[in-house]
Design a protein around this ligand. Structure first.
Ligand code: NG1
Ligand code: ZN
Length: 545
C-alpha cells in the first residue's frame, strides 16, 4: 500500500468517526444496529468489499444495505460473494476488526496487515467492482453514499449503485454477473417469469383446478413493490392482491411481515375477517423470507404454513419429478435447523428423504445443501431455497435434448430444469419461492388448507432471555445441546423428561443480545411450561440481564 493510498484512506475515514460505545459483530447476517450509528460501519464494509473483489481477481462483490425484518429505525449491511452467496466466513473476523477499529490510524494498520497476509495488491493496475443495493428504509440512501466512499477509497475500485432492490435480487444479479450472464433487474424478472410460465404449461390438464387468488402482505417493504412490478410487466397467470405496500402510511415490519406472522401467529395489519379461508402470504422487509397463512374462522387467528411446510411441499414435488426419471441419477437432501418443527422432520423422514441439520443462519444451511445434487434448505422462519448442482443441471439439459416431447419423463425433466431457473440459486428469495409454491399448488390441485394437512405442527414456544453475557452459552455444532455453562444441559434434560414429546434447547442469538429458548411438546400448555422452565434455568445459571 503506497503513501497516496494510505493518505486517501485516512482522509475518507476521518469523515466517518466510530460512535462511542459501538461494539459490532458480523453475526448470523451481517452488521445491524440503529441506523444513526452505522455510517462508519458501512463505509468500512465498503473498503472490505473492494479488498474482496481485488483478492478474487476483480470479480464483482455485492453489498446490501438492509436490516431485514428489524424495525424501520435500524439498518444493516451484508456482503455477497461472487457466487451470490454470503461472504466467506474466513473474512468475518477481519470484518469484525475493522468495524470496531477505534481510529483512522488503527483502521489503516489493520488493513495493511490484512492485505499483506492475504497477498492483496492495491494500486498496481488491479481493478475491483462492488454492486450496491438497498431496501426502502429512509436511512438507506445516505448509508449507500457512505458505502460508495468506502469502496472508491481503495485505488482501482468502483462502486455501482443498483438502487432499491430486494436482498435476493442483488445476490441473484451478482451471481449472474460473475457467471457472464445478463444481470439486470429486468433479466431477473424475465428469468423468473419465463420459468414460471414453463411450469404452468407443464401442469397436467386432468388435475383439480384451484383458485388463482392470493393476497400478499408486503411488510410495507421492498418486496411488495417488486412483486407488483413483476405482475404488471411480466406475468399474467396469477391473481395477486398486494397489501401493506408501504404506500398507504404503514410502517415497515410493524405488525406486518413474515417475522411478525411467524413469531406471533396472528393476522398482520390489513387482514381480517373478510379474508377467512383465503390463501395469504407474507414477505419480510427485504423479501428473503416467505411464509403462508390463512385466516381461521374467527378472523384474528391464523393457520401458519411456515418454512418447514414450504420445504415439505417443495420436497414432495421434487421427489415426484425425480422418481419419474429412469435410473437413480441424483442425491436429494433436505436441510433444517434445530428450530424446525419436530413434526416436519418426522414427515420428511417418512418420505424417505435424507434430512440433515445445520446451525442457525442461512450460510450454514446453504453450505450443507450444496453437498447434494438437489439440496432443499429452509429455516422455520421462511428463509430457504433449492440448490441444484451444476453437473446435475447439465445432465438434465442433456437428457431433455434427446427425449421425445410429451412423455412423462420429458415433462419431469423439463419441470426440474424450470425449477432450477425459477428458484434463486444464490439465497432464499420470497418472490421466487412464492411463484414456486403457487405453481406446485396448481400442479397438485391443492388448496392452502389441503397443503396444511401434510402434517400437524407440534405445539412450540420460543422465549428470549436477557442475560448479562450471552456468550457464556456454548453449544454443540448442531446447537441442540449446551456444553456451557456446565451442568445446564443436565438440568434442561431433567425438564424435557417431564413432557410427552418434549424437546428444548438454548443458544445465544447472533442478531440480538439475548439467549433464545425453543421448546416443543405434545400440547401447547406443555410447550409453554417447558419453555418457561428452561428460561428460568437460563436465568439461574447466567443471571438476569
Ligand atoms: P438469531 O438471532 O441468531 O437467532 C435470526 C434467526 C435466524 C436467521 C437470522 C438472520 C430465528 C430463531 N433466528 O438469528 O434463523 O434468519 O436471524 O436474519 O429465527
Ligand atoms: Zn430478510
Amino acid at each position: 500500500m503506497d503513501e497516496t493510498q494510505i493518505a486517501s484512506l485516512l482522509k475518507s475515514s476521518d469523515i466517518f468517526p466510530l460512535p462511542q460505545s459501538l461494539k459490532l459483530s458480523y453475526g448470523t447476517a451481517g452488521f445491524r444496529g440503529d441506523a444513526s450509528l452505522l455510517d462508519s460501519t458501512v463505509y468500512r464494509v465498503g473498503i472490505l468489499s473492494s479488498l474482496r473483489s481485488l483478492k478474487l481477481r476483480s470479480q464483482t462483490i455485492g453489498l446490501m444495505i438492509t436490516a431485514s425484518h428489524n424495525r424501520v429505525s435500524d439498518n444493516g449491511i451484508k456482503v455477497a460473494d461472487p457466487s451470490g452467496g454470503m461472504l466467506s466466513q474466513e473474512w468475518e473476523p477481519f470484518a469484525d476488526q475493522i468495524a470496531n477499529a477505534s481510529s483512522p490510524q488503527e483502521l489503516v494498520a489493520l488493513i495493511k496487515e490484512f492485505i499483506e497476509r492475504e497477498e492483496i495488491s492495491i494500486g498496481g493496475g488491479e481493478e475491483g467492482e462492488v454492486w450496491l443495493g438497498r431496501d426502502t428504509r429512509p436511512s438507506g440512501e445516505s448509508l449507500l453514499r457512505a458505502a460508495e466512499i468506502g469502496v472508491s477509497s481503495v485505488s482501482g475500485c468502483v462502486a455501482v449503485d443498483k438502487g432499491v432492490l430486494t436482498t435476493p435480487q442483488l445476490h441473484w444479479m451478482v451471481r449472474a454477473k460473475n457467471k457472464g450472464l445478463n444481470a439486470t433487474e429486468k433479466d431477473y424478472f424475465e428469468s423468473l417469469s419465463t420459468s414460471f410460465k414453463c411450469l404452468i404449461d407443464l401442469i397436467p390438464s386432468s388435475g383439480n383446478k384451484i383458485s388463482n387468488k392470493l393476497v400478499l402482505d408486503g411488510a410495507n417493504g421492498v418486496g411488495g413493490e417488486k412483486m407488483e412490478e413483476l405482475l404488471k410487466g411480466y406475468l399474467s397467470n396469477l391473481d395477486v392482491e398486494v397489501r401493506n405496500t408501504g404506500r398507504d402510511g404503514g410502517v415497515l415490519n410493524e405488525s406486518v411481515g413474515a417475522d411478525f406472522v411467524q413469531k406471533e401467529k396472528v393476522v398482520p395489519l390489513g387482514f381480517g375477517v373478510n379474508d377467512v379461508g383465503v390463501r395469504c402470504a407474507s414477505f419480510d422487509g427485504d423479501a428473503d423470507r416467505l411464509v403462508y397463512f390463512y385466516v381461521s374462522s374467527n378472523g384474528d387467528k391464523i393457520e401458519l404454513l411456515d418454512g418447514d411446510k414450504i420445504l415439505s411441499l417443495f420436497a414432495l414435488f421434487i421427489k415426484e419429478q425425480l422418481n419419474t426419471l429412469e435410473g437413480k441419477l441424483s442425491r436429494l437432501g433436505v436441510v433444517q435447523t434445530a428450530y424446525a418443527n419436530g413434526a416436519s422432520t418426522d414427515y420428511l423422514k417418512g418420505l424417505g428423504l435424507d434430512v440433515v441439520f445445520a446451525k442457525t443462519g442461512v450460510k450454514h444451511l446453504h453450505e450443507k445443501a450444496a453437498e447434494f445434487d438437489v439440496g432443499i434448505y429452509f429455516e422455520a422462519n421462511g428463509h430457504g431455497t433449492i440448490l441444484f448442482s451444476e453437473s446435475f443441471v447439465s445432465l438434465l439439459v442433456g437428457k431433455q435434448k434427446g427425449m421425445s416431447e410429451g412423455s412423462d419423463e420429458f415433462n419431469a425433466v423439463s419441470r426440474l430444469v424450470a425449477v432450477s431457473n425459477l428458484i434463486n440459486q444464490a439465497v432464499g428469495d420470497a418472490i421466487s419461492g412464492l411463484l414456486l409454491v403457487e405453481v406446485i399448488l396448481q400442479h397438485m390441485g391443492w388448496s392452502v388448507q389441503k397443503w396444511n394437512e401434510l402434517y400437524k405442527d407440534l405445539p412450540s414456544r420460543q422465549v428470549k432471555v436477557e442475560v448479562p453475557d450471552r456468550t457464556l452459552v456454548v453449544t454443540t455444532s448442531e446447537e441442540t445441546e449446551a456444553l456451557k455453562p456446565l451442568g445446564i444441559q443436565d438440568a434442561i434434560n431433567g425438564e424435557i423428561k417431564k413432557y410427552k414429546r418434549g424437546r428444548a434447547f438454548i443458544r445465544p442469538s447472533g442478531t440480538e443480545d439475548v439467549v433464545r429458548v425453543y421448546a416443543e411438546a405434545s400440547t401447547q400448555e406443555d410447550a409453554d411450561s417447558l419453555g418457561d422452565s428452561v428460561a428460568q434455568l437460563v436465568k439461574s445459571f447466567l443471571g438476569s440481564g
